[in-house]
Design a protein. Sequence first.
Length: 69
Amino acid sequence: MKKKAKKLLVLVCLGGIGFLLGKLVKTDFAKEKLFKILGEDTYLAIEDKVYLLGDLLMWPIDFVRALLP
């Protein structure tokens, strides 16, 4: 039982960290810094892949929402 609780706690912590990093990267300051560090082509390619991944993860939820009245 303790192992499951530890795994759940670790997953919640990682999810929280991921959420906060996502919020940080969405700020204009962070976008500008990443754009300067990575260059235009690399930054835009990564941004497109992140948006595609988000769409792929959200399609079941969007599908169910579309079916609801």
